[in-house]
Design a protein around this ligand. Structure first.
Ligand SMILES: Nc1ncnc2c1ncn2[C@@H]1O[C@H](COP(=O)(O)OP(=O)(O)O)[C@@H](O)[C@H]1O
Ligand SMILES: [Mg+2]
Length: 257
């Protein structure tokens, strides 16, 4: 079953879509949500889960240790390390201190910027890429990868570890331009790419469908503005169970898995 990366511009609804998909897929099997956004602090709240005790970076000894390993590997092999995790990594063998929640829905954070002047987030990108490339998923298991805004995760190669990229497109010209760029970057990595519209009404939905179709981008779903989603995100409460169920099920059916 696929590992799906959700991307889009800031505030488009990436974490919201991850949450809606995670809830729906958890009724069908096991779901691991992987948070690769080093600035996003509230995804576990949207999911209604506890924060894991440690980030994956923490489990690997912290950023300095990871950075050292990456540099050593670069010097020895001329490539960044891909050997952080043992062969056969799967949902059952995840370090328990790194995951929050209980099956069928668990949550893992790659790493967060925790101190001023600690340096860039590139080591987190390398760990995310290595982790996702190594992670095997069985029948009725899904991995949903929430990302930071924009296209940096493509540059960091995180896309190499997933099977499908879902781009959230909100009603803006910038989002259309970003979708075009993300489609090209996804194609370079040899992965599938689809768009999902968010916060649309009838007029903006048909405009976006026309624009994206003209660019050869398949649109697989559309979500309207939901006051319940806005309210939950304002107050820091979990997204209401069953919210947008019909649209989520339509989207999952059109992704055909
Ligand atoms: N379908 C929707 N209806 C209403 N508000 C939404 C919807 N999708 C997202 N939002 C709001 O937009 C904001 C950004 O959503 P979020 O999922 O955090 O975006 P991202 O992860 O892309 O930055 C949040 O305040 C959220 O409540
Ligand atoms: Mg987010």
């Amino acid at each position: 079953m696929p590992k799906i990366m959700i991307c889009g511009r800031g505030g488009s609804g990436k974490s919201t879509l991850v949450t809606l998909l995670a809830r729906a897929l958890a009724e069908r099997g096991k779901v691991l949500v992987v948070d690769t956004d080093e600035s996003n602090l509230g995804l576990h709240k949207m999911l209604g889960l506890s924060t894991p005790a440690m980030t994956l970076m923490g489990c690997l000894g912290g950023k300095p240790a990871v950075r050292e390993k990456l540099l050593a590997s670069l010097q020895q092999k001329g490539d960044e390390n891909t050997g952080f995790f043992a062969d056969g990594l799967n949902l059952a063998s995840l370090p328990p201190e790194c995951t929050g929640g209980e099956w069928p829905l668990r949550f893992l954070r790659i790493g967060k910027i925790e101190r001023s002047m600690e340096g860039c987030a590139c080591p987190m990108g390398a760990v995310a890429r290595s982790f996702l490339k190594q992670l095997r998923v069985d029948q009725d298991e899904w991995v949903l990868v929430d990302t930071e805004a924009g296209v940096e995760h493509f540059g960091r190669g995180v896309v190499e570890g997933v099977d499908l990229v879902v781009m959230v497109v909100d009603p803006s010209h910038e989002a259309i331009l970003l979708a075009d760029r993300a489609k090209a970057l996804t194609a370079e990595a040899g992965k599938d790419f689809v768009a999902v519209l968010n916060k649309v009404d009838t007029a903006t939905e048909s405009f976006l469908r026309r624009e994206l179709t003209a660019k050869g981008i398949p649109v697989r779903g559309a979500f309207g503005f939901s006051p319940e989603i806005m309210e939950a995100n304002l107050t820091g409460n979990p997204l209401p169970a069953g919210n947008c169920r019909e649209q989520v099920n339509e989207l999952l059916a059109s992704l055909s898995f």
